[in-house]
Design a protein around this ligand. Structure first.
Ligand code: GLN
Length: 210
C-alpha cells in the first residue's frame, strides 16, 4: 500500500486526470497549490499543461523552493509540461525549471497543437510487452541527459520516458486514456526504492497496491 497521499500539483493543466488515474489504483491524492499542501505527501505529480504559465504560478504561489526540497526527499512524476518543469535546462528563457532531472527540455519539439499524435510506445516495465498508446500534445524533446538519467522508453529514437532514481519524466500524457501502467510503475518503484541503487525502478508490475 502507498502510505499517505500522493500530491498532484494543481496550479494549471491536466491535474484532475492524474488524480483520477491514481484514484483508480486505490491511491489517495491531494491537490497541491500551497507549500503546506506538500506536507505528508509521499510523492508528487507535476501534470502537463503550459510550462511558461506553470513556471510563473510556481513563483506566484511561493512553491519553487518547497518543490525543490520535496524532490530531494520524495519521488516526482512529471508529464509533458511537468517534464519540462523537472528538467535542468529549457530552451525557452520564460521557463525557469526546477532542476530535478539532469537533462535539457526542448519545448514543442514535435510541433504545434495540430501536430499532436498518438504512438504505440514500448514500455520498459511490462514483460507481456503490450505497448502503451501514448498521447503526445505539443510534447517536449529531451537532450543532453546526464549519466544519472536512464532513458526508459523512446519513440523514433527520441527519449520519451526518463528515470532518475525514483523520479520519472514523460514527454507524453499517460493520464489520458485508461491505461494506468505508468502510474503503477512509478508508485511501485518508489515503494521499493533503495537509495543504494541509483536507478531503483523495478522491471515488473505486480498489483501490490490495488
Ligand atoms: N508545449 C507545452 C509547454 O511547453 C507542453 C504541452 C503539454 O503539457 N501537453 O509547456
Amino acid at each position: 500500500m502507498v502510505e499517505g497521499p500522493v500530491g498532484v500539483l494543481a496550479l494549471q493543466g491536466s491535474f484532475i486526470k492524474h488524480a483520477e488515474i491514481l484514484c483508480s489504483l486505490g491511491v489517495q491524492t491531494r491537490q497541491v497549490r500551497l507549500p503546506e499542501d506538500l506536507q505528508n505527501c509521499v510523492g508528487l505529480v507535476i501534470p502537463g499543461g503550459e510550462s511558461t504559465t506553470m513556471s510563473h504560478l510556481i513563483d506566484d504561489f511561493a512553491l519553487r523552493e518547497p518543490l525543490i526540497a520535496f524532490s530531494r526527499q520524495r519521488p516526482v512524476l512529471g508529464t509533458c509540461a511537468g517534464l519540462i518543469m523537472m528538467a535542468r535546462d529549457v530552451d525557452d528563457p520564460r521557463v525557469v525549471p526546477l532542476g530535478i532531472l539532469s537533462c535539457k527540455a526542448l519545448r514543442n519539439y514535435y510541433g504545434r497543437q495540430i501536430n499532436s499524435f498518438t504512438a504505440r510506445v514500448r514500455m520498459p516495465f511490462d514483460c507481456s510487452s503490450r505497448p502503451l498508446d501514448a498521447v503526445f500534445i505539443r510534447a517536449p524533446g529531451v537532450v543532453e541527459c546526464g549519466p544519472e538519467v536512464e532513458i526508459l522508453a523512446t519513440h523514433r529514437d527520441q527519449a520519451v520516458m526518463l528515470g532518475q532514481g525514483h523520479h520519472l519524466g514523460l514527454a507524453f500524457h499517460p493520464e489520458l486514456g485508461s491505461d494506468p501502467r505508468v502510474h503503477a510503475h512509478w508508485l511501485k518503484g518508489f515503494m521499493s526504492y533503495d537509495r543504494a541503487r541509483p536507478t531503483g525502478l523495478p522491471t515488473n508490475l505486480d498489483d501490490v497496491f490495488v
